[in-house]
Design a protein around this ligand. Structure first.
Ligand code: HPA
Length: 269
């Protein structure tokens, strides 16, 4: 695997420049690209060894450029486990980021709210996660050049970033929640009983991504900052029929706030 990661990194390095922050643009954060002073765009289809993104609303390109005074590498369109990708494919870009010398990762996603204090449209900073995927991205031979067999997960999301985010949100007049994200396979949204179960397990929101990428990033001791847009409610009495379109619609409404916050975060990370 090392050779594959290195080959892909070499290809990207030849076409871009130094970056110290990678951003995985989940549902609703795609417009952050409009804030980036883009120097290079590479379609996933052109990148050797890169999986190809399939889901509606995900564009599938790598974007390199300046966001304010920082250089960033952004993934527009991630690889979801529910699409049929292996965990190695889902987390492939994170290994490549590391090979490019990047040690900071920002992730965003859409989620269903479980905490009764949260409203649809709210933004939550991830303080922790629960891995509820049926497969672990680090199962199998350990790639010891990247990290240990039994990685520590005591600080999955960097405390310092969480504090900085609240400070910035306050300055920007953006209201922020914080909490625990439980990552599940999907592609079904949860039944009412499943939403309740995940609440009892200690989660504040539930979604179908992020956890595998964060595990692999932490394996390599990359520092992670995560944001989630709550696009629907899994709280008893508030559950309504939900669709991918509705998720996209709500996420798009929260996009300006998310974008403003990430833009400022990048400056201080
Ligand atoms: N469940 C799982 N994933 C999601 C949801 C949800 O309710 N909303 C957006 N992504």
């Amino acid at each position: 695997m090392y050779e594959t990661y290195k080959e892909t990194a070499a290809f990207i390095k030849e076409r871009t420049g130094e970056a110290d922050i990678a951003i995985i643009l989940g549902t609703g954060l795609a417009s952050l690209v409009n804030e980036i002073d883009v120097q290079v765009e590479i379609s996933y289809t052109e990148i050797p060894n890169f999986p190809v993104s399939t889901v509606e609303g995900h564009h599938g390109k790598l974007v390199y450029g300046s966001l304010g005074k920082r250089k960033v590498l952004a993934l527009q369109g991630r690889f979801h486990y529910y699409e049929g990708y292996s965990m190695q494919e889902v987390t492939f870009p994170v290994r490549v980021f590391y090979e490019l010398g990047i040690r900071k990762l920002i992730v965003s996603n859409a989620s269903g709210g479980l905490n009764p204090e949260f409203k649809v449209g709210d933004i939550m900073v991830l303080t922790d996660h629960i891995n509820f995927f049926p497969e672990h991205p680090l199962r199998g031979t350990n790639l010891s050049a990247y990290g240990p067999r039994f990685p520590d997960m005591s600080e999955p999301y960097k405390q310092q970033f969480i504090q900085q985010a609240f400070k910035l949100a306050n300055q920007l007049n953006i209201s922020l929640k914080k909490g625990v994200y439980v990552g599940v396979s999907g592609p079904t949204f949860e039944t009412p009983a499943e939403y309740l179960m995940f609440r009892h397990l200690g989660a504040d929101v539930v979604g179908m991504s992020t956890v595998p990428e964060v595990i692999v990033a932490r394996h390599m001791q990359m520092d992670v900052f995560g944001l989630s847009v709550i696009t629907d409610s899994g709280v008893p009495g508030e559950i309504k029929e939900v669709s991918h379109e509705e998720v996209q619609h709500i996420a798009a409404q929260a996009e300006p706030k998310l974008t403003a916050l990430v833009k400022e975060m990048v400056q201080v990370m």
